[in-house]
Write a protein that binds this ligand. Structure first.
Ligand SMILES: Nc1ncnc2c1ncn2[C@@H]1O[C@H](COP(=O)(O)OP(=O)(O)OP(=O)(O)O)[C@@H](O)[C@H]1O
Length: 597
């Protein structure tokens, strides 16, 4: 009898207990050695990994907690780490943890895709992307990883990842973060934002000297990475583990839908970087099992989503109402492919004297994705999808192993379309919020590995997920918000690869017509004449958040309304008036740099 993937994982984890019912094993605990090292009670686990540098190198942390100003240069924190220094240098604490570390580079579930992805990346596709930064004293970008002093252990992991050179967002964001600056970064989907915030965090922790955690049985992470979905948190955790392999930096993930006790045990072993979804983190904070008192780095991935109505209260609670150090003491990094102005405005509450970085137009899609829009009535959608899938099967889309991701509006709609596809000879799976976490993970795994080459999804899969072989994204139901469209189609055309996105449009989507047509025009896509007519008739409105005027947006601080009403962010009247009067063309003003890479 064929074994399900979950069963085989469980059997591998528990060979002796094959007769017993398979227990749920969350992804972050899979692929661990079968003989567990004895769990160490309390934070001694972390101390064994090296957190027992007692209290030097981080001024004003214990005692007068938030009175210290973070220096603009990382060296203010690092206590003179440098290559071979800090945590990397000692042969004691940190290194002991490394010996039992599972090699994350052997965990790839490559079947039936045999090739590793990083090799075939076409970075030339990114070379002419406009890059713009604003803020005071922006550190210059780098051209190679060798130009960045991340430390030898991280460099070795970059080689293991087969990253040959940094992507544009990495070239700009990493030096900014290493300089200790707060950052709001906007770069296109699939352009390497995860590494852009992970590398500086890992490097900073390796070099820093931090005080001993003050209480046992409570986890005191030094860095917190928040993301909106469980699957994305797991993915970031997996990536961060690769980047931090053999560095002694310990990464733990906490997310809802998985047993909290296992996560608590992981936390008790010590944590330097905590990757979490907001709901589960609030739970851990309320149980007093995690304290944010020692946080030095805060990263919000999909930051605009995290500060959107749904998540904002939880984020405010975590960042502003618990014990996290305030902006200026911690370093904060916000990343997304989209950043509506009102969210930028909200986000600025969490930042201190930050740099705004835009790689490509804010909220633009990459032109690696061929976008097609087809006029399809509601009642014809299924047969139209069937035609597409048949054509794809016959002609192949970007190779025979191509995966197709189909977005629908509702969870019910996802269930019923999955069922219908299966009945019609197209192996499909589905992922949405009403499925158990186990079902969600199973679906994602089955899709990723190509066992089920079609996945029907709600927006739970729209953001951040990096699934290498997705060649076609179908918007069976279009979203109401153009930014959601940008994230959905961004599941293809990643890391320099090309992709195809097809959308079914009808009268129900009229409110999206104009922003969709603008987005496609900007990405050099062919806009059908009928869509232009819809666009001409409609206004920006409804849930569309871009507002009128020039498509997309940049640093909201450059808006004249902001500059009239607010204190000068950049500390100089000239700069402020430069923004106010110069709009987007005042690149020569102090504090604003622009580069066309
Ligand atoms: N310098 C690099 N060289 C080669 N591959 C890279 C590099 N940086 C990142 N990648 C790969 O590019 C892919 C996309 O990266 P990532 O998931 O970080 O994109 P993203 O910008 O966060 O996308 P999204 O906006 O959808 O969240 C990943 O498979 C990652 O391993």
């Amino acid at each position: 009898m064929a074994m399900s993937w979950a069963d085989s994982v469980s059997a591998a984890e528990n060979p002796a207990g094959a007769a017993s019912k398979s227990a749920y094993v969350p992804p972050h605990l899979r692929n661990r050695p079968s003989i567990e090292p004895p769990a160490q009670a309390s934070y001694a686990g972390a101390a064994a990994l090296g957190n027992d540098h007692s209290g030097y190198g981080v001024p004003n942390v214990v005692g007068s907690r938030w009175s210290g100003q973070r220096t603009e240069n990382r060296s203010g924190y690092v206590g003179g780490g440098g290559r071979g220094g800090g945590w990397n240098g000692g042969r004691g604490g940190w290194d002991r943890g490394r010996e039992r570390e599972v090699n994350p580079f052997t965990e790839e579930d490559s079947e039936p895709f045999s090739e590793q992805e990083s090799s075939g990346i076409n970075f030339d596709a990114y070379e002419d992307i406009p890059v713009e930064t604003s803020g005071d004293n922006v550190p210059p970008p780098v051209n190679t990883f060798a130009d960045i002093d991340l430390g030898e252990a991280v460099n070795e992991n970059i080689r293991r990842c087969k990253y040959v050179k940094p992507t544009p967002v990495q070239r700009h964001a990493i030096p900014i973060s290493l300089a200790g600056r707060d950052l709001m970064a906007c770069a296109q989907t699939g352009s390497g934002k995860t590494a852009a915030f992970c590398f500086p965090i890992i490097s900073g922790i390796m070099r820093g000297h931090f005080p001993r955690p003050p209480r046992p049985r409570v986890a005191f992470p030094l860095a917190l990475i928040l993301s909106p979905t469980r699957e994305l948190s797991c993915q970031i955790h997996d990536e961060a583990k690769k980047f931090s392999y053999q560095t002694g930096v310990r990464v733990v993930v906490a997310y809802g839908g998985a047993p909290i006790n296992q996560q608590l045990r992981e936390l008790e072993r010590g944590v330097h970087i905590l990757v979490a979804t907001p709901g589960r983190l609030v739970d851990l904070l309320e149980r007093a099992r995690v304290s944010l008192q020692m946080i030095r780095y805060l990263a919000l991935d999909e930051a605009d989503r995290m500060l959107d109505m749904g998540f904002e209260p939880q984020i405010r609670k975590i960042v502003q109402q618990m014990d996290m150090p305030p902006p200026g003491v911690r370093q904060t990094m916000l990343f997304s492919a989209t950043f509506p102005k009102e969210i930028q405005r909200l986000a600025s509450d969490f930042l201190s004297s930050y740099i705004f970085l835009a790689v490509g137009r804010v909220g633009s899609s990459t032109d690696l994705i061929v976008q097609r829009v087809e006029y399809v009535q509601e009642t014809d959608k299924r047969s139209h999808l069937m035609d597409l899938l048949h054509a794809q099967r016959e002609n192949g889309v970007h190779g025979k192993q191509a995966l197709t991701l189909v977005f629908v509006e509702t969870k019910k709609g996802a269930d019923s379309l999955e069922h219908w596809l299966c009945m019609n000879g197209f192996p499909a799976t589905a992922i949405h919020g009403d499925r158990t976490q186990q079902e969600r993970e199973y679906a994602l795994r089955s899709f990723k590995t190509g066992h089920t080459p079609i996945m029907v999804a709600t927006d739970v899969a729209a953001r951040g997920l990096d699934i290498p072989h997705v060649a076609h994204v179908v918007n069976f139901d279009l979203p109401n918000d153009i930014d959601d469209y940008v994230h959905r189609i961004g599941r293809t055309g990643r890391a320099g690869k090309s992709g195809l996105a097809t959308a079914f449009f009808n009268e129900n989507n009229s409110s999206l017509a104009r922003s969709l047509s603008d987005l496609m025009t900007e990405a050099n896509q062919e806009v059908p004449a009928w869509l232009s007519r819809f666009a001409a008739r409609s206004n920006y409105g409804g849930k569309n958040r871009r507002g009128g005027g020039r498509f997309g947006g940049r640093d909201f601080r450059r808006d004249s309304s902001y500059n009239r009403g607010a204190a000068d962010y950049y500390g100089g009247a000239n700069m402020s008036s430069g923004y106010a009067s110069g709009g987007y063309s005042s690149h020569g003003a102090a504090g604003v740099t622009s580069a066309w890479d």
